[in-house]
Design a binder for this molecule. Structure first.
Ligand code: HEC
Length: 292
């Protein structure tokens, strides 16, 4: 009887939680409606589109070919504006490159070092232990050349742009282990540029994109188009493929040890399951001789 009451109580509790969350959701919707009549709407206007990533789920793995293509897109296109100052060249060995290849890759870059014995800073060729340098001398210069908005650093961008999914989605996400909000967002942003809808004016020097997290338009012109980057592995040279590859690459840059983390997480779950079984058996054997 007591068991039944406890179960009923927990059920009521869970239902209550769900109901409250649903109410909160309704509030949001109502807010959105109010905003549609002139005030600021809720951004992003469109939810990110979900891509089927190789690194999704508990057994996910990075696709090294894809990361190499993403690196190519980053260096040939995005690096003209976006730095990646927490990622060192030597970590590119994770992508399947040899030490020699990484050395040769780093040698394409110049970095500022110093001060030397005379107290001056100087430029030198980069080595594998250096980090991807910034294309601009400082944030002000970066903003000045980009309509007042500095292109953000890419080291952690894929972790910094998970769009909140709200109830009930976040409950399902716990079970499906959805953690790809960042790359989904970047992919959607890159492929999401559109003509502004009738009656919507975007500020001078910005481009309409309903997937942008902070407003209806952003200061980055569409950076990618079909055929822009040459792939040597036969993958399609399309906006869609470039966007997927560079988003996967940015996920790796932000979380290079994702595979290890997932493997450890899985082992922990297996351990807990076995441990639960052992505890149950112990409890049974300890209480076997007691009366209920
Ligand atoms: C010509 C310079 C330029 C190039 C090239 C460029 N970007 Fe940007 N990017 C910007 C600027 C400027 C912003 C800031 C926009 C704003 O906040 O309005 C930005 C912002 C972003 C953001 C952040 C949006 C947010 O949610 O805040 C992402 C992601 C991004 N760029 C991805 C890319 C990728 C991927 C590439 C390469 C395929 C690329 N960019 C190439 C200038 C550039």
């Amino acid at each position: 009887m007591r068991k039944l009451v406890t179960s009923l109580l927990s059920l009521a509790f869970v239902a209550g939680l769900g109901f409250t969350a649903a109410l909160a959701q309704d509030d949001h919707a109502a807010e959105g409606d109010a905003h549609a009549e002139g005030a600021t709407p809720h951004y992003p206007i469109n939810k990110p589109r979900e891509v089927d990533w190789s690194f999704a789920g508990p057994f996910g793995h990075y696709d090294k070919g894809q990361l190499q293509r993403g690196l190519k897109v980053y260096t040939e296109v995005c690096a003209a504006c976006h730095s990646m100052s927490l990622v060192s060249f030597r970590t590119l060995e994770d992508l399947g490159y040899s030490e020699e290849q990484v050395k040769a890759f780093a040698a394409n870059y110049q970095v500022t070092d110093g001060p030397n014995d005379d107290g001056d800073m100087f430029e030198r060729t980069a080595v594998p232990s250096d980090y991807f340098p910034s294309p601009f001398p400082n944030a002000q210069a970066a903003a000045a050349s980009n309509n007042g908005a500095a292109p953000p650093d890419f080291s952690l961008i894929a972790k910094a742009r998970g769009v909140t999914r709200g109830f009930p989605q976040f409950v399902f996400d716990m079970f499906t282990q959805y953690q790809e909000g960042g790359p989904d967002y970047i992919y959607s942003l890159l492929t999401g540029y559109q003509e502004p809808p009738e009656g919507v004016e975007v500020p001078e020097g910005t481009y309409y994109n309903p997937y942008f997290i902070a407003s209806a338009s952003l200061a980055m012109a569409p950076p990618l188009s079909d055929g822009q980057v040459t792939y040597d592995d036969g993958s399609p040279e399309t906006l869609d493929q470039y966007s997927k590859d560079v988003s996967a690459f940015l996920m790796w840059a932000a979380e290079p040890h994702l595979e290890d983390r997932k493997r450890t997480g899985f082992m922990v779950m297996v351990f807990l399951l076995i441990f639960t079984g052992l505890i149950y058996l112990t409890k049974k054997s300890v209480y076997a001789s007691k009366e209920h």
